[in-house]
Design a protein around this ligand. Structure first.
Ligand SMILES: [Zn+2]
Length: 436
């Protein structure tokens, strides 16, 4: 796949689009891959392709800060996860791993990335299992990262799925993955065999991050065990290694089971260390709580309290049709909707946080420098049919247009619904006409 030079690209004018921070619709002019003008006044469309947004929401691209592209679309082979549990998922993945080849990994990952693109997701951080001695998936995705650059930002986390210290040559494989070019160092402390090895797991990730100047993104406390407390070590290492703003803890579901006094202390520590959190509500609402009878826990970190404490919380898709989660389609709006439901975040004051979790917060986690819709910024943006974030979250529809660096990348023709009622054909838009 190649792209022609920016000089030959036709300018674009997007008319009548709503921006989150503005009351009135705007017109947006794009030239040479850059947003050159945003105005409530009409803009000249001479020589430009014109897209009429008809009052639909224009958003910066959606962000998926946590997916496992090496495992996507593997569900069912060689055996399906019949119970849906985390433990059987890990077993099924270990049976699938011997079949990994460069073509297999690249084919599935590219397919999933196209699904993301259609949903307006143009920045993606993938974890890649580096427990495999050949590092096949890692090497394949490093190549894909370069090929995808004209369209989307792909970041790679070296992720020791089977544990660093309970895998033969685990520490060497992790370092080799970082040396080969992974953007971030991962870990899985709660999965190591002892608490002491869990602490060493976190410390090794930080040591590698410092030596190779990488970010840190650790699968941390993804369990209902309230004694799993590696997040405090992650926060403390962030402070000691001076990596504030470069560290993410993913999942952290044990936080949902901590007592309030401990959680209060931890929230302050996380905010001071500027550790980011990525919640993964799709997988965790089905994988956690499996040892509970009733009432069953939700398997969710403390999203509301973290945000109120000033911590950046983003939401990831985590899985698309893999041994842990057989559903999903790369739709981050579905992820946000699940976060709103599972996290008690449906208040009028909280729904903007939910939207932020798949946009700006994800961009903060991925340290994207030029994110947002403003004059002079790269012309990467997503136009929905619906006028508000609440309508997009409610209807979970795909964006009408996805633009990447000044060019149309993906398009979805809006569905037209009618109801035949009392000899009349009535249009149904699912939009309220008298929104307060
Ligand atoms: Zn994960």
């Amino acid at each position: 796949m190649t792209r022609e030079s920016m000089d030959t690209v036709t300018p674009i004018v997007i008319r009548n689009a709503r921006l989150l921070e503005r009351e009135r619709p705007v017109n947006i002019r794009i030239e040479g891959g850059i947003i050159t003008r945003i105005s409530e006044e009409p803009l000249t469309a001479e020589g430009a392709e014109v897209y009429d947004a008809d009052g639909g929401l224009a958003s910066p691209p959606l962000v998926d800060p946590h997916i496992h592209l090496d495992a996507v679309l593997t569900e069912g082979f060689p055996q399906a996860n019949m119970t849906g549990t985390l433990i059987e998922g890990i077993q099924r993945w270990s049976e699938r791993k011997p079949y990994l080849t460069p073509d297999d990994v690249a084919g599935r990952a590219e397919e999933a990335l196209r699904w993301h693109m259609v949903h307006g997701v143009l920045a993606i951080r993938t974890h890649v299992d580096v427990s495999d001695p050949s590092l096949t998936a890692l090497k394949t995705l490093l190549t894909l990262r370069e090929r995808m650059k004209p369209w989307l930002t792909l970041q790679i986390v070296a992720f020791p799925q089977d544990g660093i210290f309970c895998t033969p040559r685990g520490p060497e494989l992790l370092e080799e993955a970082v040396r080969l070019g992974a953007d971030a160092v991962g870990g899985i402390p709660h999965y190591e065999w002892t608490r002491e090895d869990g602490l060493r797991d976190v410390e090794l990730a930080f040591d590698l991050a410092r030596r190779y100047q990488r970010a840190v993104d650790i699968h941390c406390d993804e369990t209902d065990d309230d004694h799993s407390r590696f997040l405090e070590t992650v926060a403390n290492c962030t402070r000691l290694y001076h990596l504030q703003g470069r560290v993410t803890a993913s999942h952290t579901t044990a936080m949902g089971s901590y007592n309030d006094a401990y959680a209060f202390k931890l929230l302050r520590l996380l905010a001071r260390a500027q550790v980011h959190i990525v919640a993964n509500p799709l997988d965790n609402i089905v994988l956690q709580g499996r040892f509970d009878t009733y009432p069953k826990r939700r398997g969710m970190t403390r999203v509301k309290e973290l945000i109120e404490a000033g911590v950046t919380v983003a939401a990831g898709h985590d899985s698309i049709m893999d041994p842990w989660y057989p559903l999903g389609s790369g739709n981050q709006v579905f992820v946000a909707s699940m976060l709103a439901h599972v996290g008690h975040l449906t208040g009028r004051a909280q729904l903007p946080w939910v939207w932020r979790s798949i946009t700006e917060a994800g961009a903060t986690v991925m340290e994207l420098p030029k994110y947002g819709i403003r004059e002079g910024a790269p012309a990467s943006l997503v136009v929905f049919c619906e006028p508000t974030i609440v309508d997009v979250l409610r209807l979970m529809s795909r964006p009408r247009w996805v633009f990447s660096h000044g060019r149309l990348l993906a398009e979805t023709v809006p569905a037209v619904s009618t109801v035949l009622w009392e000899d009349e054909r009535l249009p149904v838009t699912f939009l309220r006409k008298d929104a307060p």
